[in-house]
Design a binder for this molecule. Structure first.
Ligand SMILES: NC(=O)c1ccc[n+]([C@@H]2O[C@H](COP(=O)([O-])OP(=O)(O)OC[C@H]3O[C@@H](n4cnc5c(N)ncnc54)[C@H](OP(=O)(O)O)[C@@H]3O)[C@@H](O)[C@H]2O)c1
Length: 378
């Protein structure tokens, strides 16, 4: 396992951190549930093989992830790892909510304190709530009381919001989504570098785009990867590309089987930071271009088209449409689209007023593309 300094906090963490949002599951009469025995075995295996960063959150696996992590951390395993969990801002309306949730988390995790406590999935509106409710002051009280050690946030919004949040507080760390297809999505590479210049360690989530870069890969993409002189799986290429950025501190990956966990531990034992050759980087660039060529709509999710008078979720619809096309399977995208239909934010409520097309910086013929997206996703 490779380790890196965690910024200036005075300790090192494993470059591969285990995300506990995609633990192994089994089918039960009540639906899919975490295979708890296997999950505990995997978490302990990871810690026995050099992983020393675990990431969980209040809501993962319908609230069971923290409890399972807590069980895995018994018998001396707590001392082997840094533990990160998160405050679900969308469940917090008052400071009392935050206090209650935090105490519940300590109980579920069976710990006296957590190392990293993150504001979960910060977005512009939630950031405003954090300030209004003085949640950071509350976290500082927890830190003084020794119940948390470090304060951070995970992020899901536009780059400008990321920069604002980064500059607003002396964060101990932050967590962003990044992978070869999300270089310019949300915080993206620019956000990674921005945090880096301010000395804030960055933890990466969704390095395999939630698994999409690992399975059901289009044949032409596989053929392109296969042209590399050194043969590596798409998973290994995706991890190595991230690890090449000096600003990346921990790469979290969810693993849903022991085989995946073992594979990722092997990759992070062999890969070296900042070591990709220009030819290797060029190959990744070609793969990115090939994926991009499968994109249906050149939407950058800038949000200029919003708010739509009919509340059509234009950028989200195009994201689902593009992802269905890029990965050549629409199942997941269609599922997301059904959620938009249920809330009447789908393309069928468009009245073709054209307001969006007047402001789209990409010049997208939005009404036409919405119809095509609706047909593909319905
Ligand atoms: N704070 C936030 O807002 C937020 C949001 C997202 C994630 N996170 C955290 O970040 C962690 C990482 O994100 P992620 O779970 O989306 O990571 P990811 O690495 O992008 O996706 C994980 C999935 O990739 C597949 N995979 C992993 N290793 C593999 C291998 N060696 N071979 C083949 N497939 C492999 C598995 O898919 P299958 O299960 O389909 O096989 C696995 O479930 C999460 O677990 C969670 O802790 C936080």
């Amino acid at each position: 396992m490779q380790y890196k300094d965690f910024g200036k906090l005075g300790f090192q963490t494993s470059v591969f951190g285990m995300g506990c949002m995609r633990l192994p599951e089994v089918q039960t009469p009540e639906g899919r549930k975490v295979d708890e025995a296997e999950a505990i075995k995997m978490i302990r295996y990871a810690l026995d093989h050099g992983v020393n960063y675990l990431d969980t959150a209040y809501g993962y696996h319908d609230g069971t992830s923290e409890r399972i992590v807590g069980q895995a951390l018994q018998d001396g395993y707590r001392e082997k790892t840094k533990l990160a969990t998160k405050l679900p801002l969308w469940r917090v309306e008052t400071l009392e909510d935050a206090e209650r949730i935090f105490e519940e988390q300590l109980t579920k995790l069976q710990v006296e304190s957590v190392d990293f406590y993150l504001l979960h999935a910060v977005k512009a509106d939630r950031w405003q709530k954090v300030q209004e409710l003085k949640i950071l002051e509350f976290l500082e009280e927890l830190r003084k009381a020794g119940k948390i050690k470090y304060i951070g946030f995970s992020f899901h919004d536009q780059l400008e919001v990321f920069k604002e949040v980064i500059d607003a507080y002396p964060w101990d760390m932050c967590q962003i989504q990044l992978n070869i297809l999300d270089e310019e999505f949300q915080a993206g590479v620019e956000g990674l570098r921005y945090a880096g210049t301010r000395g804030i360690p960055v933890v990466i989530m969704e390095p395999l785009k939630g698994g999409k870069l690992a399975q059901n890969i289009p044949a032409d993409v596989l053929d392109l990867w296969a042209t590399a002189p050194v043969k590596r799986s798409p998973v290994e290429w995706a991890f190595r590309w991230l690890y090449n950025y000096p600003e990346v501190t921990v790469i979290l990956s969810g693993v849903s089987s022991m085989a995946q966990l073992q594979e990722n531990i092997r990759i992070f034992a062999e890969a070296r930071s900042h070591s990709m050759t220009p030819e290797e980087l060029d190959l990744v660039r070609q793969v990115i271009s090939l994926y991009a060529s499968k994109t249906k709509v050149p939407c950058t999710e800038c949000g200029y088209c919003l708010p739509c008078p009919q509340e059509v979720a234009i950028p989200r619809i195009f994201r689902h449409y593009n992802e269905g096309s890029i990965f050549e399977q629409y199942d997941e995208s269609s599922r997301h689209y059904q959620e938009l239909i249920a809330k009447a934010h789908d393309a069928s409520v468009c009245v073709e007023c054209g307001a969006c097309e007047q402001v789209c910086p990409q010049g997208i013929r939005i009404t036409e593309q919405l119809k095509a997206a609706d047909q593909a996703l319905r």
